[in-house]
Design a protein around this ligand. Sequence first.
Ligand SMILES: NC(=O)c1ccc[n+]([C@@H]2O[C@H](COP(=O)([O-])OP(=O)(O)OC[C@H]3O[C@@H](n4cnc5c(N)ncnc54)[C@H](OP(=O)(O)O)[C@@H]3O)[C@@H](O)[C@H]2O)c1
Length: 211
Amino acid sequence: MNIAFIGAGNVGAPLAAHLAEAGHNVVLAQAKDGSSSIAAALARSQRLSARPLADAVNAAEVVFLATPFAANEALLTSLGDALANKILVDCTNPVGPRLTHGLSSQRSGSEFIQSLVPKAHVVKAFTIYGFENFENPVYPAYTVKPAMLFCGEDRSAKESVSKLIADCGFEPVDVGGLVQALHLEHMTLLWVRMVRAGGHSPNIVWAALRR
Ligand SMILES: NC(=O)c1ccc[n+]([C@@H]2O[C@H](COP(=O)([O-])OP(=O)(O)OC[C@H]3O[C@@H](n4cnc5c(N)ncnc54)[C@H](OP(=O)(O)O)[C@@H]3O)[C@@H](O)[C@H]2O)c1
């Protein structure tokens, strides 16, 4: 698929590299000149390239959003209708003071983003773990892969994102509509509080076991 990444830091860079290695055409969207994160991402994979923001988004079928949550409103508003009918994978989390929900748990960040770009197909994914697991999703002692829970409204968009999740080394688990995003964001806070504040190793993931 033709994929653009807005944001190529801790989260964007490893996911972009995995997807490029899997054979997708992955372009890093440059919002400004001289981005050190884009330079570092380009240095880690020769399969990645960079283009100006609007060009990258216009050419993409799927756009990953991996930016600080506070940047999203101005950024998405500036894109106008460029995201219409495209899949927007929301990797961002609204995080407030002392690792609380950044929108006071009243509304999910993904629903806020959907309201900014109503014609895009927003799918929340790649948020429930820290970046260490995006760098390396392999847990060699297990036959099951780490579960990647995702949600969104559009069935076709979710089918596409499900394949991209698998390409990144996770087991995709569709948890429903965008109304579930708030619960995924709380799940993120659970992981973040356990690991960043509670002393757990970042090498911990959730698995979906079925019978
Ligand atoms: N870190 C984690 O473990 C983790 C895990 C899951 C989800 N998340 C979420 O993922 C998002 C990104 O986190 P991160 O750790 O990857 O952050 P990061 O390492 O700071 O990277 C942020 C990226 O966004 C770019 N950026 C910043 N402002 C921008 C703007 N106005 N327009 C376009 N690009 C902009 C930065 O570019 P420059 O370098 O040029 O400034 C950089 O490439 C956050 O919402 C975070 O909550 C983080």
